[in-house]
Design a protein around this ligand. Structure first.
Ligand SMILES: [Zn+2]
Length: 142
């Protein structure tokens, strides 16, 4: 565990959250990223993971992956792939369960990103499951 104090740039706090243009980062995903709040729904966790890809918060992505899927190479694998894409937009297509009283949930989304000069889309159906009460990402299918 890292004990270093993370300085969050002010301009980042007051900018629209990458996952949701209607809220600022400070009002949306920041409290999840810095451990001040826990996502209450699978959708909140999904959005916060998208924003974590946007800001390249590898530790957060590892910490919110279900332990069943958190193999030793996970941090390394995320770190190898997180730097190139520039994430542009997140659209939630559908979801089932994943609420405050559920133990599992599914969220289908389309995430748009740029890779070099190309614009691409990731269309995924993600599965989430609680672990010790916290929402965790289990896996996803394209
Ligand atoms: Zn957000």
């Amino acid at each position: 565990m890292s004990t270093s104090i993370v300085k969050i740039p002010r301009e980042r706090e007051i900018s629209p959250c990458p996952c949701n243009r209607e809220k600022t980062y400070a009002e949306c995903c920041l409290p999840f990223h810095y451990g001040r709040k826990r996502p209450e729904t699978a959708e909140q966790l999904m959005r916060s993971r998208y924003s974590a890809y946007f800001f390249r918060l590898v530790d957060y992505l590892v910490a919110t992956t279900h332990p069943d899927k958190r193999d030793k190479k996970l941090a390394h694998n995320i770190d190898e792939t997180i730097w190139e894409p520039s994430w542009r937009k997140l659209e939630i297509i559908s979801q089932s369960k994943g609420g405050a009283d559920d133990k599992t949930g599914k969220v289908e989304f389309i995430a748009t990103y740029s890779l070099g000069k190309e614009t691409r889309q990731l269309h995924e159906k993600s599965r989430f499951r609680r672990f010790k009460g916290k929402w965790m990402y289990l896996d996803g299918k394209g």
